[in-house]
Ligand binder design. Structure first.
Ligand code: KG4
Ligand code: ZN
Length: 345
């Protein structure tokens, strides 16, 4: 079965073709970073319009890459939520209508389920059960995964998601958008130990997170650094790098402590990391060291499948289609949609 996957929940239009027997055939992506950069964040209306602009050219491109015709598509999977409603509607309306015109089934995919299953696109794929750390721009959660659609929520962020904390802190530092990759690049130039950030909520029991305090801590650190002797109210590039490093270490360390706690609680040795912040090299390194010390295994998707993409949607859709799930003719995009409400297959 060849599945066309369509992702359009935020600021990336991603299309992919996944063959249930041969694996991933092709994938293509258009990022809206340049479009939103001058506003310092995603402008929802511009995002929706841009998805509409790129869906057809990207479909043609992905078909050409895979060397197949539109009529060879057996089914279509599209992100139906959670995300920006206009952006979701663009991809969902396109996907559902294309499926109708081709006379093939369509299926809705939960964006976070797509992220969660993305490591299964790799040769070294995890087996159930496992603990999953999902860290994206909109969500930060730990789940115990017993199978597809069997997601037990262990903990989540009570305020900002990890990616959001990266984005907001990068904005405070004047580093631009999207914050995660630019802050991580800045941190490479930082010196260890110049600043020390707190590890929020690690001294309390439980597996919830809170990242908004780190952004405030960064602001206060910046303000006092700007008022130090000789700073003349400005931050040097080195100070920005030192703050970036201290912030990144605090996020990675906090996530590591909670992951370790979750693995011990569930008596599990398999950890999966997915979502945009999963592209962070320091986080991967810190988690790899932790899992090695436990004698366990760490799984993650290649960097390009950590952030939003069509391949993860095609894969998650393929699992659900093979289990017989299909979406009737109505188009039902959902800005909010809990992963725990998904059907087990
Ligand atoms: O999963 P994703 O592409 O979109 C959502 O579903 O939200 O995640 C985007 C988030 C952004 O907040 C971005 O700053 C962050 O992932 N991100 C990173 C890195 N690459 C992307 N954060 C830290 N380090 C990175 N290398
Ligand atoms: Zn995402």
């Amino acid at each position: 079965m060849i599945v066309l996957g369509i992702e359009s929940s935020c600021d990336e239009t991603g299309l992919a073709l996944f063959d249930s027997k041969k694996g991933l055939l092709a994938h293509t992506l258009h990022s809206q970073i340049e479009l939103h950069a001058e506003y310092g964040g995603v402008v929802p209306e511009l995002a929706s319009r841009d998805h509409i602009r790129y869906l057809i050219p990207l479909l043609e491109e992905v078909l050409q890459q895979a060397g197949i015709k539109k009529t060879e598509i057996d089914s279509i999977a599209y992100t139906a939520g959670p995300g920006l409603i206009g952006a979701l509607m663009s991809g969902a309306a396109f996907g559902r209508s294309l499926a109708w015109s081709l006379g093939v089934p369509a299926v809705e995919v939960h964006h976070m389920e797509g992220h969660l299953l993305a490591p299964m696109l790799e040769e070294k794929a995890p087996e159930f059960p496992f603990v999953a750390l999902l860290v994206s721009g909109g969500h930060t959660l730990l789940a115990y995964v017993k199978g597809i659609g069997q997601y037990e929520l262990l903990g989540q962020s009570l305020d900002d998601a990890a990616g959001e904390a990266f984005d907001k802190t990068a904005k405070l530092l004047g580093l631009g958008y999207p914050g995660g990759p630019v802050l991580a690049a800045m941190a490479e130039q930082g010196e260890h130990g110049v600043y020390k950030f707190p590890r929020p909520m690690v001294d309390r029991p439980g597996l919830d997170f809170s990242f908004s305090g780190l952004k405030t801590f960064a602001l206060h650190t910046m303000q006092s650094a700007a008022h130090e002797d000789g700073a003349q109210g400005k931050l040097s590039e080195q100070v920005k790098a030192d703050i970036s490093l201290a912030f990144e270490e605090a996020v990675a360390d906090t996530l590591k402590i909670k992951c370790r706690r979750a693995l011990e609680q569930q008596q599990c040795k398999t950890l999966v990391i997915a979502g945009g912040v999963g592209a962070n090299k320091r986080l991967r390194r810190v988690l790899r060291d932790m899992i090695e010390s436990l004698g366990g295994e760490l799984y993650y998707p290649r960097i390009e499948f950590c952030t939003d993409n069509g391949a993860m949607i095609a894969l998650a859709g393929c699992f659900r289609l093979m289990a017989g799930e299909t979406q009737p003719l109505e188009i039902d995009a959902k800005a909010r949609w809990l992963m725990q409400d998904l059907k087990a297959i």
